[in-house]
Design a protein around this ligand. Structure first.
Ligand SMILES: Nc1nc2c(ncn2[C@@H]2O[C@H](COP(=O)(O)OP(=O)(O)OP(=O)(O)O)[C@@H](O)[C@H]2O)c(=O)[nH]1
Length: 947
C-alpha cells in the first residue's frame, strides 16, 4: 500500500494480474465476484481493492489449507523449521502468499486448486508440481528453468545483495525447488533486463504461482512450508525486503529465487541456463542496487551478504548448492512467512515490485501526450511515464541542462518527446479575448459547401464598379461621390443556382489598405484590366495582394467593346507578373468582357464557379458565427451599423457578439438586398444593427453565448488595444522626437481623422501614412467614425494635432473648444484634396524657421494728415534704426494696435531706405491711419534660423 501511495503510479488490473501471473480476466472475474466495480484491464486497483483480492485469496487458501492440514500435518513442521526468521519474514511474506493464493484462485480452479493444494499438500505436489510445476502456469514452470540461470547470475551480481543469500540460507535446506520456481519467475523478470525489482515481481508472482507450484516445490523441499513456500518464496524475498526495506525486497526476492532456482534450476535451469546468463547480467545491476537498500534496513542483511558472498564465491559451483538452498529456504520460509506474515509488508513489497516491474517490464511510454503550455521537467517525466532522473539525463544528452523543477518550453518538450517517439498534441489554451488568433477546427463531416467570396480589384476607372453593377444589375456608380468607390461593399449574386459573394473593393490608391483586407477574406480575386489602358500601378499592386494572400486570380480584360481595346496586349503584359494565360501554357484564366456592354459576363461567372469548385470551399454552419467586419458606420436612425461577412457558423438575430473592441446583440439583420434575415450562414454578407459603438473595417467578429460575456471580452480587448496604443506612443518619446528633429531625421505631423464611414477613414489613414516629405511623416493619433467631438479637439490640443473631418462636421461644443484651443480643423469631402492639403502643409512646415528681430523703435512726436496720402507720423528714432523693408508694429500703451508694412519712410521730402537712431523721419503705415502722438513704431524683420 505504502509503496503504492508513495509511487504515484497506479496499479492497473493488468499489472496486478501480470504480477500474479494471471490474466486480467481472472482478476476481473474475482473483482466481480467480490462485487468490486471494475471496467476492464486498465481499471485502477485501489489499495482496498488489492486488499480485498488478497483477502479473497487468503480465504481460499485458508480453506484449502484447512483441508490439507487434515491431510498433512507435516507441513506445519516445515513451518517450524522455518525458525524465528521465518516469523519475522512471515510478516512480509503474508502478502505474497495472498497473491500467490490469489493467483491460485485466480488461476482459477484449475491452477488455483493445484496451488492451494500444493501449498497444503505441497509435498505431494512438489513432485507433481515440479513436473507440474512447470504446469502451474506461473513462474514455477518457466521460472524453474530460468531461475536456475537467474540464480546463477544473481548470486553473482546480486550476491552482494545478500537479501537472497539470507533467504538462501534458510532455504538452503529448503526448497531448492521452491526457489527454483521463484527462480523461474525471476528468470522471467530477469530476462527483461530484469532488475531486482522484477525479481520482486517474479517472486511474488512466482509466489503466487509459487504457492501453487511452489507449493509443489516447497512441498518437495519443505513440504509443509511449501504450501506457504510459494508464498514464502516471494515472501521470503519480500520478507527480507520487508525487513530491510520494501524496495530491496524485490531484489532480495529475486535473488533468492535465483539461488533457489539454481538448485532447482539445476535441472531445468541447466538447460536454459544459457539464457539466464544474459538475464542475470541484467539483473545484477538491479539486484545490486536493490540489495544495498535492503541490506541497510534488513537486519538479515548480514546473513544475506554472507550468502551472497557465498554465492559470489560459489557463483559457478557453490551457487548451485547454495542457490538451491536459498531458494528452498526462501520458498519455504517465504511461503510460511509470506502468506502469514506481514501482509502489509508483502503488499508494500509487492507493490513496489509491481511498480518497478512496471517500469522495467512494461513499456508504458504513451504514444501521444497533450501539452497545454510549458511544463516542468517533473511534469514532463510524469506525462511520459518516466523517472525524472531519466528525463533529466535524456535532456542532458539532448544538450539541455535542466533540473526537475525547471520549465521546459514547447521546443524542448517536443524535442524530448520526439526522442521518446512520443507524439505531442498541442492544446494551448487561448485567451478568449484574442479570439482572432485561434482557429476552430471542424470535423470534415460537419463541413458543407459554401459560396466563394470574390474580390474585384484593379486600377482606377478600369471598370470594377461597372462590372459588379453589371453582374448584379444595379447601379452603384451613379451614387458615388467623386466618381470613385469609397467603401467596401459586399454583395451576393446567384447564378446556375449557386451563390457568389462579391466584395467590391475600390481601385483607387487611397484604398490600398482596404483592398488588402478584402484580399484576406476572399477566395478568388478578379483583377480588372481595361483593354484600352493596360497594366497600371494599381493593377500590379492588386496582383501582389492576391499573390500574398495565395488567392487564385482571374483576369477580367474589360472594355473590349472599345475600338482601341487590345486584350492580347494585356495578356502579354501580365506575363511579366507570372500571370500566363492557359492557352499559352500558364494557369491563369483570362476572361474578355465588357462590363458596360455586358459581354462575357456569363463566362466570367462560370469561371468563378469553376475555380470555386476546384477549391472545394466548405464551412461548418452549425456553430457560432465568426467573420470579418467589412464596413461600419454610424447611422442617424439605426445607430452603429456594421456590415459583416460571415465566414464560419451561422449568425442569428439575438446573437451576442464582439466586433473589434465593441460588442452587441444582433437586433436586426438584413442582406445586401435589404431583405431582413433571421439567420445567415457562411459566406453571407449581412448588415446588422445592435452594436453599442462603431467597430473598424477589418475587425474580427465572433459570437459569444451571451451579451454579458461579449461585453467582458470587448472590454478586455479594448484595454489591450489601449495598452498597445500607449505602448506604441511610448516608442516615440519627447526626447526621441527632439533628437529626430534636431538630427533632421523625422518630424511628425500629428493628425486625428474622423469620417462618415470606416472605409473612408481607413482609406485616408492609408494614404496619409504613406506621405513622407523630406523626412516628415504623418502620425495618426486617433481615427474613428462619426462627428468631430469635443474629446477629439481636446486630444488634438493636448498633442498639438490637427483634426481632419471627412464628410463630417464638428459638434457645436467641439467647434467652440477648437476656437478657444486654436485647434485647426480641416473639413473635406474629397480624399484627394485632403492629401494635397496635407502635403502642402508639410512642405510649408519644412520651410526655415523665422525669428523676429527688432531693428529699432521710433517715437511718434507729431501726426500730420495729408489729403489723398493719409496720416504721416513725424518720429524720432529712439533706438536702432527703421528700414524701409522692415515690418512695422504700432504699439500704444504697451499694446500692439497694428502690425503691417511701412508705406513710406522719408527724411524731409526724400524717400530713404533707412533712418538711424537719433534722427527724425516721417513714417506712414500701409492701410493704417490711426496713429497718435507718443505711439511707438517698431521695425522688425523675420530672420530664418537654422533648424
Ligand atoms: N466602354 C466601356 N466603358 C466602361 C466599361 N466598363 C466601365 N467603363 C467605364 O469606365 C469608367 C470607370 O468605370 P468604374 O466602374 O467606375 O471603374 P472603377 O474601376 O470602379 O473605378 P473606381 O471606383 O474609381 O476605382 C466609367 O465611365 C464606366 O462607364 C466597359 O466595359 N466599356
Amino acid at each position: 500500500m505504502n509503496k503504492q501511495d508513495n509511487n504515484k503510479d497506479k496499479l492497473r488490473v493488468y499489472e496486478y494480474a501480470k504480477s500474479l501471473n494471471m490474466s486480467s480476466k481472472e482478476i476481473i472475474t474475482i473483482l466481480k465476484r467480490l462485487d468490486i466495480p471494475v471496467n476492464n484491464h486498465m481499471s485502477v486497483m485501489e489499495n482496498d481493492t488489492v486488499s480485498s483480492v488478497e483477502k479473497f485469496f487468503k480465504d481460499v487458501k485458508a480453506n484449502a489449507a484447512a483441508k490439507r492440514t487434515s491431510d498433512t500435518g507435516s507441513s506445519s513442521s516445515s513451518t517450524n523449521s522455518a525458525p524465528k526468521e521465518a516469523a519475522s519474514i512471515k510478516m512480509e511474506s503474508k502478502p505474497a502468499p495472498t497473491t500467490q493464493d490469489q493467483a491460485a484462485t485466480v488461476s482459477t480452479s484449475s491452477s488455483s486448486t493445484p496451488q492451494g493444494q500444493s501449498s497444503t499438500s505441497a509435498p505431494t505436489p512438489t513432485t507433481t508440481s515440479t513436473t507440474g510445476s512447470g504446469a502451474p502456469r506461473r513462474p514455477d514452470q518457466a521460472g524453474s528453468n530460468r531461475p536456475s540461470q537467474d540464480q546463477n547470475r544473481r548470486p553473482q551480481g546480486q550476491g552482494s545483495q545478500g537479501g537472497s543469500s539470507s533467504y538462501n540460507q534458510r532455504p538452503s535446506s529448503g526448497s531448492s525447488q521452491g526457489s527454483s520456481q521463484g527462480g523461474g519467475y525471476q528468470n522471467r523478470s530477469s530476462q527483461p533486463g530484469g532488475s531486482s525489482s522484477q525479481g520482486g515481481y517474479q517472486n511474488r508472482s512466482s509466489q503466487a504461482g509459487g504457492s501453487s507450484q511452489g507449493g509443489g516445490y516447497q512441498n518437495r523441499s519443505s513440504q509443509g512450508s511449501s504450501s506457504q513456500s510459494g508464498g514464502q518464496s516471494r515472501p521470503a524475498g519480500s520478507g527480507y525486503q520487508g525487513n530491510r526495506s520494501g524496495s530491496a525486497g524485490s531484489t532480495g526476492g529475486s535473488s533468492r529465487p535465483a539461488t533457489g532456482t539454481s538448485s532447482a534450476s539445476s535441472r531445468p535451469g541447466e538447460q536454459r541456463s544459457p539464457r539466464p546468463a544474459t538475464s542475470s547480467a541484467d539483473r545484477k545491476p538491479f539486484s545490486s542496487s536493490a540489495p544495498s537498500s535492503f541490506n541497510k534496513s534488513a537486519g538479515a542483511g548480514p546473513q544475506r551478504p554472507s550468502l551472497d558472498n557465498d554465492d559470489n564465491r560459489n557463483k559457478p559451483v557453490k551457487k548451485n548448492t547454495a542457490g538451491p538452498n536459498k531458494r528452498f529456504d526462501d520458498g519455504r520460509s517465504g511461503g510460511s512467512r509470506g502468506p502469514q506474515n506481514g501482509r502489509g509488508n508483502n503488499r508494500n513489497q509487492q507493490r513496489g515490485k509491481f511498480q518497478e516491474v512496471k517500469k522495467e517490464k512494461i513499456d508504458n511510454t504513451p504514444k501521444k501526450i497533450i501539452v497545454r503550455g510549458t511544463m516542468t521537467v517533473g511534469e514532463m517525466a510524469k506525462s511520459l511515464h518516466k523517472d525524472a532522473s531519466e528525463v533529466i539525463k535524456k535532456l542532458l544528452f539532448l544538450g539541455v541542462m535542466a533540473t526537475i523543477n525547471q520549465e521546459l518550453d514547447l521546443d524542448a518538450i517536443q524535442l524530448l518527446a520526439g526522442d521518446y517517439n512520443v507524439e505531442v498534441e498541442l492544446k494551448i489554451p487561448v485567451a478568449e479575448d484574442r479570439f482572432e488568433t485561434f482557429e476552430e477546427i471542424d470535423d470534415e463531416a460537419d463541413l458543407i459547401e459554401r459560396p466563394p467570396v470574390v474580390t474585384i480589384m484593379g486600377h482606377v476607372d478600369h471598370g470594377k464598379t461597372t462590372l459588379l453593377d453589371a453582374i448584379r444589375k444595379t447601379s452603384v456608380t451613379e451614387g458615388e461621390a467623386g466618381g470613385i468607390t469609397q467603401h467596401i461593399g459586399a454583395y451576393q449574386v446567384e447564378t446556375h443556382n449557386k451563390k457568389i459573394t462579391f466584395l467590391d473593393t475600390p481601385g483607387h490608391e487611397a484604398f490600398t489598405s482596404m483592398r488588402s483586407r478584402g484580399a484576406q477574406v476572399t477566395d478568388i480575386t478578379i483583377i480588372v484590366v481595361a483593354a484600352d489602358d493596360g497594366v497600371m500601378p494599381q493593377t500590379i499592386e492588386a496582383i501582389a495582394h492576391a499573390k500574398a494572400a495565395k488567392v487564385p486570380i482571374i483576369v477580367a480584360v474589360n472594355k473590349i467593346d472599345k475600338p482601341d481595346a487590345d486584350p492580347e496586349k494585356i495578356k502579354q503584359a501580365l506575363t511579366e507578373y507570372e500571370l500566363v494565360p492557359e492557352e499559352w501554357g500558364g494557369d491563369t484564366i483570362f476572361c474578355n468582357i465588357s462590363a458596360k456592354q455586358r459581354i462575357g459576363l456569363d463566362n466570367l461567372l462560370d469561371t468563378i464557379l469553376l475555380v470555386a469548385e476546384v477549391q472545394e470551399l466548405k464551412a461548418n454552419p452549425n456553430k457560432r458565427a465568426r467573420g470579418t467586419v467589412i464596413e461600419a458606420e454610424l447611422d442617424k436612425g439605426k445607430g452603429p451599423v456594421v456590415r459583416v461577412l460571415i465566414q464560419h457558423g451561422t449568425l442569428r438575430v439575438g446573437d451576442s457578439f464582439v466586433a473589434g473592441v465593441n460588442f452587441g446583440r444582433v437586433r436586426a439583420m438584413v442582406n445586401d438586398k435589404g431583405k431582413r434575415l433571421k439567420e445567415a450562414g457562411p459566406s453571407t454578407p449581412v448588415e446588422i444593427t445592435g452594436l453599442t459603438e462603431v467597430p473598424q473595417a477589418g475587425d474580427p467578429f465572433i459570437c459569444f453565448e451571451d451579451e454579458r460575456k461579449a461585453r467582458i471580452i470587448a472590454e478586455k480587448r479594448s484595454v489591450t488595444l489601449r495598452q498597445s496604443e500607449m505602448g506604441a506612443n511610448v516608442r516615440v518619446t519627447l526626447d526621441d522626437l527632439y533628437k529626430h528633429i534636431k538630427d533632421g531625421e523625422i518630424k511628425d505631423l500629428n493628425v486625428i481623422i474622423k469620417g462618415d464611414v470606416q472605409g473612408s477613414v481607413e482609406a485616408l489613414r492609408g494614404s496619409l501614412a504613406k506621405i513622407e516629405i523630406e523626412g516628415v511623416r504623418v502620425k495618426i493619433l486617433h481615427h474613428g467614425v462619426g462627428a468631430i467631438t469635443e474629446s477629439d479637439v481636446i486630444l488634438a490640443s493636448a498633442s498639438n494635432a490637427i483634426v481632419i473631418g471627412f464628410n463630417v462636421r464638428p459638434e457645436p461644443q467641439a467647434k467652440n473648444t477648437a476656437e478657444s484651443e486654436k485647434v485647426d480643423i480641416r473639413l473635406h469631402s474629397i480624399i484627394y484634396k485632403i492629401i494635397e492639403e496635407i502635403e502642402h502643409a508639410m512642405k510649408g512646415k519644412l520651410d526655415p524657421i523665422f525669428k523676429e528681430v527688432v531693428l529699432g523703435q521710433a517715437e511718434v512726436r507729431q501726426v500730420i494728415k495729408v489729403t489723398k496720402v493719409g496720416v504721416i507720423a513725424g518720429c524720432m528714432i529712439t533706438s536702432g534704426k527703421i528700414t524701409r523693408n522692415a515690418k512695422m508694429r504700432l504699439i500704444r500703451g504697451g499694446i500692439v494696435v497694428f502690425e503691417g508694412n511701412i508705406d513710406s519712410l522719408k527724411r524731409f521730402k526724400d524717400d530713404v531706405k533707412e533712418v538711424a537712431q537719433g534722427y527724425e523721419c516721417g513714417i506712414s503705415l500701409e492701410k493704417f491711419n490711426d496713429i497718435k502722438e507718443f505711439d511707438i513704431i517698431e521695425a522688425f524683420i523675420m530672420e530664418s534660423v537654422e533648424r
